[in-house]
Write a protein of this length. Structure first.
Length: 401
């Protein structure tokens, strides 16, 4: 098949976290299955742009990526060049996979697909959830502005784009259920995201470390730094935990908006936790496994997470996880005994759960083994690509009827 993926930002714009990692993994896996896979994206990277040549296809791990210059208004990821390319090139593709909602690349890609009778599907990236629309975890002004813009977009453009898609790609039942509020007519399907499993030699170090009684344990948070990720709750948890024990450290890995990073640094300083919590910034792909290897427990207490690719990456490295019930992958974690799912937003309760797990090497090792097994059976990119390929075939068949 000739497959086009349209996404607002793409690798190496790692600041955007999971959506970029997952999109690169999926497109690469599809190419390995023999498909001709191309990506159309913009060069936006936060407030800046990526140091890449625009308008010219670039080979990347078996796929072909073309970056188009982003223009005003940049927050909308507007790119006239992207629209021109879609109008010219779309006829050569069998199916178009669009990632995200609320933004120009989705709007214009859906428009040209309808115009040229090309089947398209949309992966909404969890952005249809009420928690994401309302953003109760952010300042009231920011939350209200975001809510107004998103509701206007959905009423004028978004719902039409989704209802005229041949399919919707949800990554979890949690994400699918959260989209019900919009009353969409299109029946979507659930295809989870995947992970590149580390080599057995990488896992050996982690398994040996779990077996012994380490004097100092390391808790890891690795994700995009954003209020939605529940980092401030995690800092509260560590503050409580530090009142009863000192044999642990928390590492916060990731990057976000500079203003929010400064806020987190201030919270840590104000609570005298500089000796307990380390913010190490963004971690590149090459160093990520090393960070996982050096940790004993992975924690993600997101207010909303449609899937949780960072959780899967941690489990693939044989790390037990503690996540909130708002993380889309929580049913897998609970059913397979790969970690703990905490549904209460209670720092004292979470602190006790973490403390108990840090003290029980055998329990952590059992969870770590279950986590790795879960990834091997459910979350390999090869399996995910096969499921996606089958879904494409169904959509193409339905388009021809």
């Amino acid at each position: 098949m000739n497959i086009l993926h349209v996404i607002p930002s793409f690798a190496p714009a790692w600041r955007y976290g999971g959506p970029i990692i997952a999109s690169l993994g999926l497109t690469t896996a599809l190419a390995k299955r023999g498909h001709n896979v191309k990506v159309f994206t913009t060069n936006k990277d936060g407030k800046s742009v990526l140091p890449v040549e625009t308008g010219k296809p670039i080979s990347m791990g078996g796929i072909e990526v073309t970056y188009f210059p982003v223009q005003f208004p940049k927050w909308y990821y507007f790119s006239f060049k992207l629209s021109q390319a879609l109008k010219k090139e779309l006829k050569y593709f069998d199916v178009v996979h669009i990632h995200s909602v609320y933004l120009w690349p989705t709007t214009i890609a859906a428009y040209w697909c309808r115009k040229m009778n090309i089947p398209y599907l949309i992966r909404p990236l969890g952005l249809l959830d009420s928690t994401n629309v309302d953003k109760p975890y952010e300042r009231s002004l920011s939350s209200n502005i975001s809510k107004i813009k998103k509701n206007i977009y959905m009423k004028l453009i978004g719902k039409y784009d989704l209802n005229n898609a041949k399919g919707i790609h949800y990554t979890s039942q949690y994400e699918m259920d959260a989209s019900v509020k919009w009353g969409l007519n299109v029946k979507g399907t659930i295809i989870p995201l995947g992970v590149n499993l580390p080599k057995p030699s990488d896992l050996l170090k982690n398994e040996k470390k779990i077996r012994i009684n380490c004097k100092s344990k390391k808790i890891l948070f690795l994700s995009r730094l954003d209020p939605i990720k529940g980092i401030e709750i995690l800092i509260d948890v560590v503050n409580i935990l530090y009142g009863s024990r000192t044999d642990f450290k928390l590492v916060i890995a990731g990057a976000g908006e500079k203003g929010y990073e400064r806020k987190l640094h201030k919270i840590i300083k104000d609570n005298n936790l500089n000796g307990v919590i380390s913010m190490i910034g963004n971690v590149n792909v090459e160093d990520k496994n090393r960070v996982f290897e050096d940790s004993d427990l992975f924690v993600l207490l997101s207010h909303h997470e449609n899937f949780g690719i960072a959780v899967v990456e941690a489990m693939a490295m044989s790390l037990p996880v503690i996540i909130s019930g708002n993380v889309g992958i929580h049913t897998y974690v609970k059913e397979h005994g790969a970690g703990l799912v905490i549904n209460e937003n209670n720092p004292k309760l979470i602190a006790q759960e973490i403390s108990d797990l840090l003290d029980d090497d055998n329990r952590r090792f059992e969870m770590a083994t279950n986590a790795r097994n879960l990834c091997e059976t459910e979350f390999t990119w090869g399996k995910i690509a096969q499921q996606t390929e089958k879904y494409y075939e169904e959509l193409i068949l339905n388009q021809s009827k």
